[in-house]
Design a protein around this ligand. Structure first.
Ligand code: GDP
Ligand code: GDP
Length: 471
């Protein structure tokens, strides 16, 4: 819990890999409690975001704080009070701290937005809250989170041992509306709350001007059997369209933005990059649209790079395929898919995990594949590998085969999937060094071979055993 804008949602999302708790910046919106799960050191934890939009009206602040504390004390075994180190402590903070301490449960202060060493001293000021357990973190950059989680884990009694008898790897494709299948746990672990189940997939259509984004959007929303409704999007002026296709729901984010055109080419080009970043924020899956006639340009690569770094799943759509095949007018022979894909992958190397689809939004070909792949990669990105599966997997890999210089070799004691969407693995190792690039690629390839994860990037973190610092 904590005041608005201190970074509670960011922390929540980092732990659970969900963006469910983002509602918007508008003050006055009441957020319900949001539940998620994360795994740490082989144990499963439930995390509750008490929401807590503290109203502007000073009269109402104490009530809201009381409510937050009450919810937390009733429901939680440990409490994390998130504070923004860049803002001054105010009396509601002291009030909340007092209430939490009085509750008698383990309390932790997460001093958030501590990036680099400069603000670490600032975090010390928060000792005045009277809470002993203080952890400087950066939710946004993922710093210090491990120490906080270790402390929380240490303060909580070990849960009864989880039974992991699933020898089969998680199925590659499962219905998107089945939360058990999506987490791959077969319902054995305690379930996430209803609010947290994935009912729909958010889709961002991104790309340069004139590649055919709005034509594609029209075609996709037109072919689906039932258009559910246009609804207010996650940002103020955005309109999302939710569409149902073969039993799954797809939310196309900010469709107004996709249709909006810049007045000049330069403006449109700049806008397409800004829009891409904004759309990615709200999406699970990005459809990166490329113009088949023009091929991959530098701007395509820039936008693709954002998609990759944002941790979204990506599908590359080569649109206007008709114009280089059946409808070709320049006398050249029709383009060859294999050759085309090979060239494209050479330019967009970092998106090696992204499926490529050739289509014509204009002639409405390839659209079914777009929907089916979207559904598939959305499930893949939320897939969870249990620690048991991971251990068996690790035993089988021959790390000697990894092309890594001796000095950069490290020993992995064990590995655990700490988050989904994107799948994030923590490696517990003997040394506190950065993963060598070739080692990371080797490991990633092995993981993909064993578990799939089509369409999504995979993230790694290293935690040296016995080492104090995470980064
Ligand atoms: P909440 O209202 O407490 O849930 O706060 P949010 O998670 O929505 O974060 C509020 C703002 O703080 C957002 O603009 C975040 O991007 C930003 N933020 C969150 N964590 C960090 C962090 O570690 N460092 C920095 N610099 N900004 C952060
Ligand atoms: P946006 O700026 O990315 O939204 O692009 P538009 O959807 O406005 O499309 C730009 C132009 O490309 C329009 O003239 C479309 O008719 C054309 N276009 C879009 N998709 C296709 C396609 O699959 N094949 C062909 N030949 N033209 C297309």
């Amino acid at each position: 819990m904590g005041r608005p804008n201190v970074g509670k949602s960011t922390l929540f999302n980092r732990l659970t890999g969900s963006r469910r708790s983002i509602v918007g910046d508008e003050p006055g919106i009441t957020r319900d409690r949001i539940y998620g799960e994360y795994e740490w050191a082989g144990r499963q934890f439930r995390v509750v975001d008490t929401g807590g939009i503290v109203p502007d009206d000073p009269e109402l602040i104490p009530t809201e704080i009381y409510n937050q504390a009450k919810v937390a004390l009733e429901e939680a075994d440990a409490l994390v009070f998130v504070v923004d180190v860049r803002t001054e402590l105010a009396s509601p903070d002291y009030d909340l701290a007092r209430l939490l301490i009085r509750g008698g449960k383990p309390v932790f202060v997460a001093a958030n937005k501590v990036e680099g060493a400069g603000l670490a001293a600032e975090a010390e000021n928060l000792r005045r809250l009277g809470i002993k357990e203080l952890y400087p973190i950066s939710s946004e950059h993922g710093q210090g989170i491990g120490e906080l989680l270790d402390a929380i884990a240490a303060a909580l009694p070990e849960a009864p041992k989880e039974v992991d008898d699933s020898d089969e790897p998680t199925p590659a494709l499962a219905p998107a509306n089945d939360p058990d299948a999506a987490t791959g746990e077969g319902g054995k672990l305690h379930r996430t709350h209803g609010e947290f189940e994935q009912h729909e997939t958010s889709v961002a259509i991104i790309g340069r001007p004139n590649v055919g984004k709005s034509t594609l959007l029209n075609a996709l929303t037109g072919t689906s059997r039932a258009i559910v409704s246009p609804i207010a999007g996650t940002t103020r002026d955005a309109v999302d369209e939710v569409v149902e296709f073969e039993g799954s729901q797809f939310r196309f984010v900010d469709t107004a933005g996709i249709r909006r055109k810049g007045k000049t080419h330069l403006m449109a080009e700049k806008m397409s990059v800004v829009m891409a970043r904004r759309h990615l924020e709200a999406a699970d899956v990005a459809l990166l649209v490329i113009d088949a006639v023009e091929g991959v340009t530098a701007a395509d690569a820039t936008i693709g790079g954002y998609a990759h770094e944002s941790g979204r799943s990506v599908i590359i759509l080569v649109n206007k395929w008709d114009a280089v095949t059946t409808a070709r007018t320049d006398g050249k022979p029709p383009a060859d898919r294999e050759v085309y894909e090979e060239q494209l992958r050479r330019t967009l190397k970092y998106l090696h995990y992204a499926p490529v689809i050739f289509l014509s939004a204009l002639e409405k070909t390839g659209l079914g594949r777009v929907m089916n792949e979207t559904k598939k990669v959305a499930v893949e990105r939320r897939k969870r590998v249990t620690t048991g599966q991971m251990n068996r997997f690790l035993e089988k890999i021959d790390f000697q085969r990894a092309p890594v210089p001796m000095a950069k070799r490290l020993r992995i004691f064990y590995m655990t999937q700490a988050a989904v969407a994107p799948p994030t693995f923590i490696l517990f190792t003997d040394r506190d060094i950065q993963l060598h690039f070739s080692f990371e690629r080797f490991l990633e390839n092995q993981i993909r071979e064993a578990f799939g994860f089509e369409g999504t990037p995979i993230w790694f973190k290293v935690r040296a055993r016995n080492a104090k610092k995470e980064e």
